[in-house]
Design a protein around this ligand. Structure first.
Ligand code: GUN
Length: 279
């Protein structure tokens, strides 16, 4: 029987800590807002954006909502970001991804002032992470580190295999695990002998975006399994990248979907917002 890593509980713990910090900042006259920009009405993005605004309300920071039509031009979006960059009350700017295909995502990310890039996607923040300097860290991988630490799972010296090499999860996850002194392997769609490599992992972090791809044959007895995936199964129920029922008996600890990594992403976004207010 694996320990179930309760992301819902841990994220609430973090948000409660942040709520106290925000109240103290307010007493010192320090306030600020998070600008949340959504272009179009992708259903998944609508859910994420709604949850982010709710989290702002919970910890006591203002959120400014920009819901722009699908037809918004890149120039219009960049002009809005310029305006928010210059507004001292705005402490964080979040542009929900994906953007419609006529907008260059990289140009948009680069246009956000690095000091307000609470998503940690700007090349300056990504670079800072890789050379061990202060900056904003991408929220999902930062959330995984908190899940491990707050579950008393030691990372130092452990063999960590990360499945997936995306800019948002896999790559920053590798940098963070390295910073925690793990021995890190990153696998991807071209990896040869994938199962054998994964089976060496003490900590297996799965972020491949493939529904229930990882079965027990990928997992060493007693490994810690972190599932970053989020999908709907044939019964419209949420599930992850890992075949939970099959892997759970093999693992020593595992994150469920939902209620594992998902809530942590938003908690860490709130953490970055509070950090920005403190700066
Ligand atoms: N789309 C999927 N994940 C994320 C995220 O962490 N931040 C933003 N801005 N968009 C996303």
């Amino acid at each position: 029987m694996a320990t179930i890593i309760d992301g819902k509980r841990i994220s609430t713990e973090i948000k409660d800590e942040l709520r106290e910090k925000v109240a103290k900042l307010k007493e010192q006259g320090i306030t600020g807002a998070l600008a949340v920009i959504q272009v179009g009405a992708d259903p998944a993005s609508c859910v994420y954006v709604r949850n982010k605004k709710r989290a702002c309300e919970y910890i006591g920071i203002e959120s400014l909502s920009y819901e722009l039509p699908e037809t918004t031009t890149e120039k219009e979006l960049l002009d809005l970001i310029d305006k928010l960059n210059a507004d001292d009350h705005v402490k964080g700017i979040l542009v929900q991804l994906p953007l419609p295909s006529h907008i260059d995502e990289n140009a948009v990310i680069k246009s956000i002032a690095p000091s307000k890039d609470v998503d940690g996607f700007h090349p300056e923040n990504v670079g800072a992470l890789f050379i061990g300097q202060p900056g904003y860290v991408s929220c999902t991988p930062a959330g995984v580190i908190q899940l491990l630490k707050r579950s008393q799972i030691s990372i130092e010296g452990k063999n960590c295999v990360i499945m997936g090499r995306s800019n948002i999860v896999g790559k920053p996850m590798a940098a963070l695990m390295l910073r925690e002194n793990a021995t890190v392997t990153v696998t991807h769609s071209r990896t040869i002998s994938l199962q054998e490599i994964c089976k060496q992992a003490d900590i297996l972090i799965v972020a491949i975006g493939k529904k229930e791809f990882v079965d027990a044959s990928y997992v060493k007895e007693g490994a810690v399994v972190i599932d970053v995936g989020m999908h709907r199964d044939e019964n419209n129920k949420l599930c992850g990248d890992v075949k939970y029922a099959e892997v759970e008996p093999v693992a020593s600890a595992i994150t469920p979907v939902p209620g594992g990594v998902g809530p942590m992403t938003i908690a860490m976004l709130m953490n970055n917002c509070v950090e920005s207010m403190e700066r």
